[in-house]
Design a binder for this molecule. Structure first.
Ligand code: HEM
Length: 404
């Protein structure tokens, strides 16, 4: 399935269509392992783009933002050009380089400190308990995607932003449209609807301030200047996609690991100090964010490949986290590793803003299940991986059977 050729020296290649094969979506790790034998960078056949699959090389790119820019495609709906026009949606922060990134990040850091997240924990616990208590009784299988992993982060982010949680279904559709690989009129229409909805919410907060993040951003200043409506909208869109899909997939990937390992469930129930290492090892072993792009600004040799200004690099966090040079026996799920090294939340200036929140949601969800359930196994219907996007890795359906 993998095409290995050596067009310029020893660089392995993969054809783009191979990345869209169902088997790759179901389990990309054997492909990465086979490619890694030939080098830490893999060329996308017929392009100037590379996948960065080695840990050291991915780390190098992430830590050198002055050599590898995040400012790629910004306008995600509407025509290119004036990003401030109301029918356009432009991501901010994650697609900004310094100095703009530094200023915006300084502003929003305050909303996501570990202390802020601790204050949110009782609310998160309430949402988790309501969802878990609504699981069907009498031993019926539960598709945890619809019952827990999607509604939990959507409710948390919507509440943080100050948007009624009842809008959750629409949020989920928009966030799916954002990460979908397929372009098209339907996707564009969803993204426009999302931009207009959020822009309307920002305008409303300027008129009627409330106790929420949208209002805090509407009132915040960078270097004495207020953020513009489109900037706040772009940040709200980023939170929507960065905070939902990712956390959904982390919790699903955790439960998938546990469904295949009954002894591990027992261990976690008996010793709750293992919950945090378990979450970290899941982040490494099956990373919810698999890849994001950078553009090289300089010429340098990386993993034996000469990259030059304009070369596109897809940093593959999930592949880097399975690099045997950094994680011995990387395909084994183990709690006794040096887990703080994984790249699942990135590294450097773009390190995930929501990491404390994601970890808290995952921990609270798992603890609620460990409190109530003696064992978890796969349900009768097969689990299905999502196959719409390479950026994230998680489940479309994950039916599980819980023993109480
Ligand atoms: C398990 C869940 C999550 C994973 C695996 C994850 C992963 C990541 C990764 C890999 C990056 C780095 C992007 C880069 O290198 O360009 C990132 C950035 C970011 N994440 Fe997360 N994320 C998660 C949850 C969240 C949550 C819950 C939020 C918000 C509430 C969030 C907000 C952000 C933001 C705003 C950025 C951009 C930071 C910047 O550019 O300075 N993420 N995330």
């Amino acid at each position: 399935m993998v095409t290995l050729s050596e067009p310029s020296g020893r660089v392995p290649e993969i054809a783009e269509h191979e990345l869209f094969a169902p088997s790759f979506f179901d389990d990309p790790y054997p492909t990465y392992a086979a490619l890694r034998e030939h080098g830490p960078l893999v060329r996308l056949a017929g392009t100037r783009s590379y996948l960065v699959i080695g840990f050291d090389e991915a780390y190098h790119v992430l830590r050198h933002h002055e050599r590898y820019s995040s400012a790629g495609e910004r306008v995600i709906a509407g025509e290119r050009g004036d990003a401030a026009a109301p029918d356009r949606v432009r991501l901010v922060l994650i697609t900004d380089d310094p100095p703009r990134h530094t200023r915006f990040r300084g502003l929003v850091n305050r909303a996501f400190t570990p202390r802020r997240v601790r204050d949110l924990e009782p609310f998160i616990r309430g949402v988790v308990e309501r969802l878990v208590d609504a699981f069907p009784r009498g031993g019926a299988d539960v598709d945890v995607v619809g019952a827990l992993t999607v509604p939990l982060p959507v409710t948390v982010i919507a509440t943080l932003l100050g948007i009624p949680p009842a809008e959750g279904d629409r949020f989920k559709r928009w966030s799916n449209a954002l990460i979908a690989a397929q372009q098209g009129a339907a996707r564009r229409a969803e993204l426009m609807a999302m931009g207009l909805y959020l822009m309307g919410a920002v305008v409303q907060r300027r008129a009627e301030p409330a106790e929420d993040l949208l209002t805090a951003l509407a009132e915040a200043e960078i270097d004495g200047e207020r953020l513009q409506d489109w900037e706040i909208t772009g940040f709200a869109v980023l939170l929507l996609v960065a905070g939902n899909e990712t956390t959904t997939n982390l919790i699903g990937n955790m439960l998938n690991v546990l469904a295949g390992r009954p002894a591990l469930w027992e261990r976690l129930r008996a010793d709750r100090s293992l919950v945090e290492p378990f979450i970290e090892e899941t982040l490494r072993y099956d990373s919810p964010v698999q890849t994001l792009p950078r553009i090289a600004l300089v010429e340098e040799t990386l993993g034996g490949v000469t990259v030059s200004p304009g070369t596109q690099l897809h940093v593959c966090y999930g592949a880097a986290n399975r690099d045997p040079r950094t994680f011995p026996e990387p395909d084994e799920f183990r709690l006794d590793r040096e887990l703080s090294r994984h790249l699942a939340f990135g590294s450097g200036i773009h390190y995930c803003l929501g990491a404390p929140l994601a970890r808290a949601e995952a921990r609270i969800a798992l603890e609620a299940l460990l409190d109530r359930v003696t064992g978890v196994s796969r349900g009768a219907a097969p689990a299905e991986r999502q196959r719409a996007s390479h950026i994230v890795r998680g489940f479309q359906h994950l039916p599980l059977s819980f023993r109480v």
